[in-house]
Write a protein that binds this ligand. Sequence first.
Ligand code: SAH
Length: 242
Amino acid sequence: MTVYLVGAGPGACDLLTVRAARILKAAHVVVHDRLIDPSVLALIGPGTLRIDVGKSPGAATNQEQINELLVQLSRVHERVVRLKGGDPFVFGRGGEEALALRAAQVACEIVPGVTSALAGPMAAGIPVTQRGIAKGVCVVTGHLAHGDDDYLRRVAHPEVTVVILMGVSRRGEIAKRLMEGGLLPSTPVAVIERAWTSSQRVVRGRLDRLAHLEVRSPAIIVVGEASALDVVSVITEEVLVH
Ligand code: SAH
C-alpha cells in the first residue's frame, strides 16, 4: 500500500544505496525504466512482478498511464517500487509521480540515488567544482521539447560547469546557445556515454566542435573549464578529439 520512488544510481548495482537495495529485495512489484542496469534488476527477487514502462524512447508508456498504474498497483500490492535511473527527482519525473500519488492519497516514500548528472562527470575524472576553475555546477536538460532554449544562454558562465542531460541529439544547438550566452568556442567539453557501466566511453573536445563529436545516447555532456580535467583514472575507454 506504499509506493517507493527509488533511485537506482547511474549503473553498476553497487552504486545503489543500501536502503534502495533493501527495499528492492522486499518489493512485491517493481515498475522500472529502460536505462536500469541489468545488474540492478538482478537484485529483484524471483517471485516479484516486474513491469518495464520504458522499452524504447518512442514506445514508452506515457506519464499519465504510469501515474495511474502506480495508483492501481498500490491498491493491490503492499510494497510497490518505482525504480528510476540515477536520482528519482533529477529529470526522472519522480516529482510528478509523487504528486499523482498524493492526489490519489497513496502513501509514498522516496529513496535518493546517485545521479548521473554528478557521477557521470566523475567517471571521467572531472570534478564539477574545483577551486580556481569552477565555482559551481548547473544541471540542465538538453531535451528542448518546446523549443524554449533561452535558459541555455543564461546558464553560460565561464566559471560554472554546465552538465547537460538528454542532450546528445541536439548537441549542436546546445553548443550554439551556450556560445551565444558568452562561452568561448574553445571552451572544453566532455561527453560521457553509459557512465559507470562496463561499456563506458568518454569523448573530449571543444564547444564549437560538439556537434561533430561522435557520441551516442545515453550520455552526459559536460561544458566548462573543469571538463578538461582528469584527476583520477577509472576510465575504460577514452577518445580525445582536438
Ligand atoms: N534521473 C536520472 C536522469 C534521467 S534523464 C539521473 O539522476 O541520473 C536520462 C538522461 O540521464 C540520459 O539521457 C542521459 O543524459 C543521462 N544518463 C542517465 N544515466 C546515465 C549513464 N549511466 N551514463 C550517461 N548518461 C546517463
